[in-house]
Design a protein around this ligand. Structure first.
Ligand code: FES
Length: 191
């Protein structure tokens, strides 16, 4: 992302944090970047975690992209609740656990082929696609990477993923079939 931002001429800064320098991935590569834009923070050497509140409060950024442990991402989320929709993007290492006890079956219709299948309460739409012989791309199967995303033609998705932001979820036009479900009885997707 930093390389891409540099090529596009965007203004950027990177805060790279770890417990110690020996635990930071890509230390050498990051050290070779513009030192005025890269801030290293090592908890053990600096007696505590990165002061996120200070960093974010004083920032002139249009957007923040973050990945890391859940505690850090939760803290960033809490500190940026007033930021504009879509300006804070997270990549979580682990999906939040969702309660599946109220799951219900629904019909999944593939608009292009006209095929349809009943997605049972115990399986994901991606599982159902595979059961009907459709080879659909996937990677994490946890609603984290976005590889399986499809467009919605009709129906109301019940979003359970960590890929789409709140605006994208509210639009109802995108769907992550490895974890998400349908709020009604039928969902038509662009496959
Ligand atoms: S496979 Fe990663 S979000 Fe669906």
């Amino acid at each position: 992302m930093v390389q891409s931002a540099r090529k596009s001429g965007l203004d950027w800064t990177l805060a790279a944090c770890a417990r110690s320098s020996s635990r930071l991935a890509f230390l050498e590569e990051l050290s070779a970047l513009d030192p005025a834009r890269v801030q290293f923070h090592f908890d053990l050497a600096q007696s505590g975690p990165l002061p996120l509140a200070t960093l974010l409060a004083g920032s002139p950024w249009d957007a923040v992209y973050a990945c890391g442990p859940a505690g850090m991402l939760d803290a960033i989320e809490a500190l940026t609740t007033s930021w504009s929709e879509g300006s804070v993007r997270m990549e979580r290492f682990k999906a939040e656990q969702k309660d599946a006890s109220a799951n219900t079956a629904f019909e999944l219709v593939l608009a292009r082929s006209g095929q349809s299948i009943e997605v049972s309460a115990a399986e994901s739409p991606l599982d159902a696609l595979e059961r009907m012989g459709v080879e659909h791309p996937f990677s994490c199967r946890e609603g984290l990477c976005g590889t399986c995303e499809v467009s919605v033609i009709d129906g109301v998705p019940d979003h359970r993923d960590n890929v789409l932001d709140s605006r994208e979820k509210a639009s109802g036009l995108r769907f992550i079939p490895c974890v998400s479900r349908c709020s009604g009885r039928k969902l038509v997707i662009d496959l």
